[in-house]
Every structure is written in C-alpha cells, then in structure tokens.
Design a protein around this ligand. Sequence first.
Ligand code: FDA
Length: 391
Amino acid sequence: MESFDAVIVGAGAAGLMCAMTAGNRGRRVLLLEHSEQAGAKILISGGGRCNFTNLEIAPERFLSANPHFCKSALSRYTQHDFIALVERHGIRYHEKTLGQLFCDGSAREILAMLLAECAAARVDLLTGHSVTEITRADRFRIETNKGSFVAPALVLATGGLSIPKMGATGFAYETARRFDLAVIEPRPGLVPLKVTGETLELCKALAGVSVDAIASCGRDSFRENILFTHRGLSGPAILQISSYWRDGDMLLLNLAPSLDIENLLADRKRTRPKAELKTVLAEVIPTRLAHALAGTAVSNIPIANVPDRVLLQLANRLKRWQLKPSGSEGWPKAEVTVCGIDTAALSSKTMESRSVPGLFAIGEAVDVTGWLGGYNFQWAWSSGWCAGNAV
Ligand code: FDA
C-alpha cells in the first residue's frame, strides 16, 4: 500500500490545480481519475477554445447558499494569477465578449499546461482508477480497482452531475454524506429551458432565431442573446437565468430591450400608414420573430388598419412576455451543477471540512456556481489553489 501526503480524487480543472499547487510545495501527491482522460471537460469547454477565466470576476457573480464563501478563495488566487500562468506557458488568448478570455488556439493548450505543471511538481497521476472504498482511521485509506493508497489528506474534486456521458458522478456528494457533511440537493444550471403548448409551437416556428433580450426570473435578470429552439429556449441569457430558475417559476422576457416599441408603432401608424405591420416590425426585430409574434392575420395588413389595442398587445408581448418553462433539458445538457456540498461544512480559506480534519472539497462539487463566461473555471482554479496550499 502506497502512502502519500494527499490523495486527490478527480483530475478535472480543480483537481489538477490542487495537485500542481501541493506538488510545488513539495507534498507527495496522488491524483486519481476514473476516466482514461484527465481534464475531459476542459477539452470540450468554450466550444473547444476553453473560456478559462473572466476579467470581471466578482463574488456577486456566483450562486451559493452562502454568498460570502467564495470571496476568500477568489481574492487569494485571482483571474490575474491564472492569466499569468497562461502567459508563462506562452498560450495566446483573446477577450471574446464581457471579459471572457478564450485560447486563440485550442483548449488542449490549457490541459497540456496543467499536466506539464503537475509533471514538474512530481504529481503521480493515475487515470483509469475507480475508487471502491474510503475509510478513515488515523489517515484516509483509499481502495481502488487497481490498488490501495493512504494519506492524511483526501480532496474531493470529482465535480458535479452535468454531462453524465463524460464521466460525471455523484461521488463527491456520496462521500461527503458518508462523512456527515451536508449536501444541498444539486440541480442542473446553465441549461436550456423547455416549454409546452402554444409557447412550444411558437418556439418551434422560430427555431434558430437569436435575438438580443433581457431574461428575468424574480429579481435576477440577464441581457444577452436568447435562442429559440425546437424544445424551447436557449442562448446565453436563458442559460444564465436557468441557474436561478426553479420548477414552477415564471420567466419574463423583453425581446426588444433597446426599443420604445409602443412609440415606434404609433409613429409608423402616423408617418407610414400604408406599410404592412410585418415590414414595420422587421425594421427592428428579426423578420421571423415579427411574423410569429404579430400572427399572419395582422402582419400582412397596413399598419393604419391595425387597431391600437392590437398594437399595444403586440408591444406587450415583445417587452413583457411572461412564460412558465415546463422544465430544463437536464443533466445531459447542463453546463454546470447548481448547489452541492454545503459550504457551511468547509473553511473558506482552505476548503477543509470543519468536522473531518484532512477532508477537503473543491470545484464544482461545492455549493458555489458561477455565471456563464469563465466563472466556473475560475472557481475551480481558486478553490483548487487554496486546498493545494493547505494539504
Ligand atoms: P470536472 O468535472 O472538470 O472534473 C471532475 C473530474 O473527476 C473529471 O475528470 C471526472 O472524470 C472525475 N471523476 C468523476 N467521478 C469520479 C470518480 N468517482 N472517481 C474518480 N474520478 C471521478 N466553465 C468555464 O468557466 N468556461 C467554459 O468555457 C466552460 N465550458 C463548458 C462546456 C461544457 C460543455 C461543460 C459541460 C462545462 C463547461 N464549463 C465551463 C464548466 C466547467 O467545465 C466546470 O465548471 C469545471 O470543469 C469544474 O471543474 P471540476 O474540476 O470541479 O470538475
């Protein structure tokens, strides 16, 4: 049985960062991964270019039952620290939009960088190893299908439940529960939303149309594009609001946030009475959206002949469209897991359990979920770095 200073389970973003940080401190580290490939989600992230962090990281852009928990880690290992690492490895990158940093080349470069750092820090990385049992006496004993290991520190870095076909498991939650750490019931986040009935018919008719919009749920709202799909709604504004949405909640969509649509329609009725309604609308919103929202009955007639009441209804639909999603597209399509291991059980400085010394949890497994746009990787880097400095 081999002995280590720390065993980290899960060689994703957080586990790799934790391992290289601990290894660089001279700790003897074992990183266990059940898949054959470490960092698989890094490779598919950001459409293959990995949106590895965001210039505008701020604690308010993370969801958690304790919104203060992420502050310490995010301030101790910042986006600028990770950018410096990327630059030291000569990886070229660019800001796409809203502070989101992507590789110019490929996400493979980020994974290669982390693996090179782990190798330089003499981390033992074992892929294809499934943990079968964990026990704890004076140290943790980790049994796998290919051998047993002992260490005084055990780090849970197996991520959340999104994209099960890529190897996501509930391992971190199950292990946390076994050691009496509370887990807040995980749910899919950054996920497309489904609708039914008339709304579904409308979405189907508009599938592929993307429009600048504000999506709101209660007090939370995001202004970015939304995309109509054959099942409902997607696009960045919907993915963002989906992390805040719960079953049964209403969504409010403003499909023309830059327009005073009521005044515009009244003005055109006065100045261009012979123009068909669809032509007027198509000046300011995508033609298919104009057709679908106005309805064929009125969209082909001159605006002068459309009653004010109908124009007002149309303006309302565009600016204040209320709908109740029937559900989300679930774990297979979710980019992240909202909720997870309760932060009340952990030190915000080290990610170590308060009740089980030597047990740590990092990354997406913990109840800290970032916005779309590099926030979730930054949480993985920051929390991984904190634990890597403590094991
Ligand atoms: P992560 O899931 O990365 O790693 C966990 C590791 O543990 C995996 O290697 C897994 O195989 C392994 N594992 C699981 N169970 C195990 C077990 N029982 N035993 C051993 N190993 C086990 N975020 C972002 O900031 N920018 C982006 O561009 C994207 N893009 C993106 C695209 C897509 C399609 C998805 C699904 C997600 C993103 N994300 C993202 C989110 C981001 O990928 C995610 O938040 C981080 O990878 C989380 O890092 P972790 O290390 O916590 O988990």
